[in-house]
Design a protein around this ligand. Sequence first.
Ligand code: CAA
Length: 259
Amino acid sequence: MEYADLLIENHGKVVVIRLNRPKAMNALNDNMMNELGDALRSFDADKGVNVIVLTGSDKAFAAGADIAAMANYTYTADTYPGNYIGRNWEHILDIRKPVVGVVSGYCLGGGCELAMMCDFLIAADNAKFGQPEIKVGVTPGAGGTQRLPRAISKSKAMDMLLTTRMIDAAEAERTGLVSRVYPADSVMEEAIKVAQSIAEMPVSVAMQIKDCVNQAYQVPLNEGVRYERRYFHAGFGTPAQKEGMSAFLEKRKPNFEGM
Ligand code: CAA
């Protein structure tokens, strides 16, 4: 597949989608977000892909929504009736396979919001996260005020949102925004190894776990536990459970191909 604003790399059952507008620090515009939705949907449906990695360049995951593109937007002509952001930014939330975000450099505004829509984040030690929207006179528009406090606490989130202070990779790891940090020159290699280790697991169970974890943000605890248990019980009717438990008892590596 060829895209104007994305690069695609295949690594076995892992596919890497790279945001690619280097001259604009990967500022997120309509074309890029349309292409991203298209790529994500097609890999989600591709039986040869188990895990999707979303990343940017060494300098920037993305420096936010494209300010040049939206500077002259008006409420009546563009944003509310045109459903700006809603129209093409959140396709990632419908993707059922695991999506690992890999962040190097700036990850700001809409870039940070897009990163937070990934299932988990791996950062390079040069990563910088921020929500500087207030400085361009708007609130965040893709979930920054909602996902950031859930990820790193209200106090840290308010600090970042109100002062525009950026946090570095170490602080992002300490506060739980990212799960792992690697040196910038090896982060992609390490992240692909992480993604490949997930790709060796049964993809159907990975999808179920993702679905269950996302339920934790939507429903009360008892309903979430009941939701999880239905998958657990149903698991005993699947080849993945037969293979996984037999392999353990036979002291061999499981082969979850096609499961
Ligand atoms: N939109 C459009 N273009 C952007 C951009 C953005 N968000 N961020 C950077 N660029 C462009 C710059 O305009 C510049 O282009 P030119 O070379 O044509 O002038 C190029 O990328 C390089 O940027 P800088 O020269 O500014 O590079 P720097 O190293 O000095 O600074 C930066 C880097 C700190 C990321 C700085 O560019 C910056 O602060 N960018 C804006 C960050 C921002 O405010 N993001 C929030 C946007 S609003 C939003 O995202 C809304 C939402 O919630 C959905």
